[in-house]
Design a protein around this ligand. Structure first.
Ligand code: C2O
Ligand code: CU
Ligand code: CU
Length: 431
C-alpha cells in the first residue's frame, strides 16, 4: 500500500493467468498476479482506498468479507465492476483486530471467480484489541494459511465438474495452501501463529496436527477470543477464519492435517460436501535452534457481550434447498430493514440435510446458542460465518451500527458458494 495524506491506498488488478501450483499448472484468475491476491493490512482509524481494476473480460466485484463498512463500499452484487473498469471504494477501518478476507461477489459467478483464484486476506490491526505477546511478525511467526481444494484436469483447466450429486459445487481431490501443493513452512521461532482461512467453495476441514499435539485457538472470524482455548482440533466451514498458536520443539517436523469434520451430516451429505476426506495441509519444519517466544497469555481481550434484552427485533431465517425462507435471491426485493444502531437477534436454521452455513455482511455477531445450548468455545468470539446443523438452530445477536443507506442493501447468504449463486441469499438494508 501507499500512504496518501491520511489515506492508505491499495491497488488490486484482477486478471487471467496461468499458475504453477507446484507440479500442476492451470489457467487461473488472480489479483496482481496469477493466483490469489496480496494480503492487505490496515489499522483501526485509518481511511483506506482500494482501487480495484477489472482486467477480466467479464463482470466481477470485490467484497470485503467481515468488514464493517457502508453498504455502497461492500462490493456485493450491487457494486459490479465491468471489464476494463476500476472501482475505488473507501472507508475508515472501525473494528477490532481480525483476520478478514476479500473475494468477488458477482451474482451467479461468485463460485467460479473464487475457485479460479480471486481471493486474498485482509488483516485489521487495532492496538486496543490486540495482544502484544502473540506472534506478530508477518511471514516469520505470523503466517497466512489460505486453504482451498482443487481438481486439476489434463487441459490445464481447473476441474469444474460438480458430479451427479455435487449440489454443493466442485470438490477438489487436492488441497493447495496459498496456491501451492505440498507446502511446508520453515519455523524459526518457538511459537507460530497461523491465520487459517477456509477459502474453499464448499469443503469443510477439521484442522489438527499429525501427532495430536494441542494448540491454542486465539481468534475467530472477527477478532481475538477473550481467552485462548486449548484444543487438538477445530472445524472450519467455507468462509471462516481462525487464528491458532502452535508451539514447536527445535528440529522437529509436524504436519497440519485435516481429518473428517464431525458436522452431524448423514453419510450421503458428508460424502457430497467432502466432509469425509483427510488431507495433509502443510508441514511445519522447525530449525535446530528456535528463537524464544512469549507464552500465550491466559487472558486476551475483553469482548463486551450483546444483551438479548436490548434486541429491537427477532428474525428467523430458514435455509433449505437453495432458498432462504422459501425465497431465492431477488436483487429488487428487500428481505429485512434494520434500524441503524439497533441490536437484533437472528434465529438461523437449516431444514434439509445439506451442508449450509450463514454469513452476514457488515456486522460481526455473537452466537447466543446452538441447538438450544451454550455455544462451544470456537463460537464464543466475534463471528460472521457459521455452520448450521440440521435441527440445531443457531441464535445470533448483532448491532447494526454506524452506517445507514436505505437505497443500498447488504447481503446475507449461505457461504457454500454454489448455493449462494443459485439463490440462497437475501438482502437487508440499514435505515
Ligand atoms: Cu464471503 Cu457475501 O461473502
Ligand atoms: Cu461477506
Ligand atoms: Cu447452503
Amino acid at each position: 500500500s501507499t500512504v496518501d495524506g491520511n489515506k492508505r491506498v491499495f491497488d488490486l488488478r484482477a486478471s487471467k493467468g496461468k499458475h504453477d501450483f507446484g507440479g500442476e499448472t492451470a489457467e487461473t484468475f488472480g489479483f496482481n498476479g496469477d493466483y490469489l491476491g496480496p494480503t492487505l493490512r490496515a489499522t483501526r482509524g485509518e481511511q483506506v482506498v482500494v482501487n480495484v481494476h477489472n482486467g477480466l473480460d467479464e463482470v466481477t466485484s470485490a467484497h470485503w468479507h467481515g468488514m464493517h463498512l457502508p453498504a455502497n463500499m461492500d462490493g456485493g452484487p450491487h457494486q459490479p465492476i465491468g471489464p476494463g473498469a476500476t472501482w475505488s471504494p473507501t472507508w475508515t477501518i472501525n473494528q477490532p483486530a481480525a483476520t478478514l478476507w476479500y473475494h468477488p461477489h458477482p451474482h451467479g459467478e461468485t463460485a467460479d471467480h473464487v475457485y479460479k483464484g480471486l481471493a486474498g486476506m485482509f488483516i485489521v490491526d487495532d492496538p486496543g484489541t490486540d495482544v502484544a505477546a502473540l506472534p506478530r511478525e508477518y511471514g516469520v511467526d505470523d503466517v497466512p494459511v489460505i486453504v482451498q481444494d482443487k481438481a486439476f484436469d489434463d487441459d490445464e483447466e481447473l476441474g469444474s465438474d460438480t458430479g451427479m450429486f455435487g449440489s454443493g459445487g466442485v470438490l477438489g481431490d487436492k488441497v493447495v495452501v496459498n496456491g501451492a501443493l505440498g507446502p511446508y513452512f520453515d519455523v524459526t521461532t518457538e511459537r507460530v501463529r497461523l491465520r487459517l482461512l477456509n477459502a474453499s467453495n464448499v469443503r469443510p476441514y477439521h484442522f489438527g496436527f499429525s501427532d495430536g499435539r494441542p494448540f491454542a485457538l486465539v481468534g475467530t472470524d472477527g477478532g481475538l477470543l477473550d481467552a485462548p482455548h486449548e484444543t487438538t482440533g477445530v472445524t472450519m466451514v467455507a468462509g471462516e477464519r481462525i487464528e491458532i498458536v502452535v508451539t514447536m520443539r527445535p528440529g522437529e517436523r509436524v504436519v497440519l492435517r485435516s481429518t473428517p469434520a464431525q458436522l452431524g451430516l448423514d453419510w450421503f451429505h458428508r460424502r457430497i460436501s467432502g466432509a469425509n476426506d483427510s488431507f495433509d495441509i502443510m508441514e511445519l519444519r522447525a530449525a535446530r535452534s528456535l528463537r524464544p517466544s512469549p507464552a500465550v497469555p491466559a487472558k486476551l481481550v475483553d469482548t463486551p457481550r450483546l444483551d438479548p434484552a436490548q434486541a429491537r427485533h427477532t428474525r428467523e431465517f430458514s435455509l433449505s434447498g437453495t432458498s432462504i425462507n422459501g425465497k431465492k435471491m431477488d436483487g429488487s426485493r428487500i428481505d429485512a430493514a434494520v434500524m441503524k444502531d439497533s441490536v437484533e437477534v437472528w434465529k438461523l436454521s437449516a431444514l434439509d440435510g445439506e451442508l449450509h452455513t450463514f454469513h452476514v455482511h457488515d456486522v460481526q455477531f455473537q452466537v447466543l446458542s446452538v441447538g438450544g445450548k451454550a455455544p462451544p468455545p470456537h463460537l464464543r468470539g466475534w463471528k460472521d460465518t457459521v455452520f448450521l446443523g440440521q435441527n440445531k438452530p443457531v441464535v445470533v445477536i448483532a448491532r447494526f451500527a454506524d452506517y445507514a443507506d436505505p437505497a443500498t442493501p447488504y447481503m446475507f447468504h449461505c457461504h457454500v458458494l454454489r448455493h449462494e449463486d443459485q439463490g440462497m441469499m437475501g438482502q437487508f438494508v440499514v435505515i
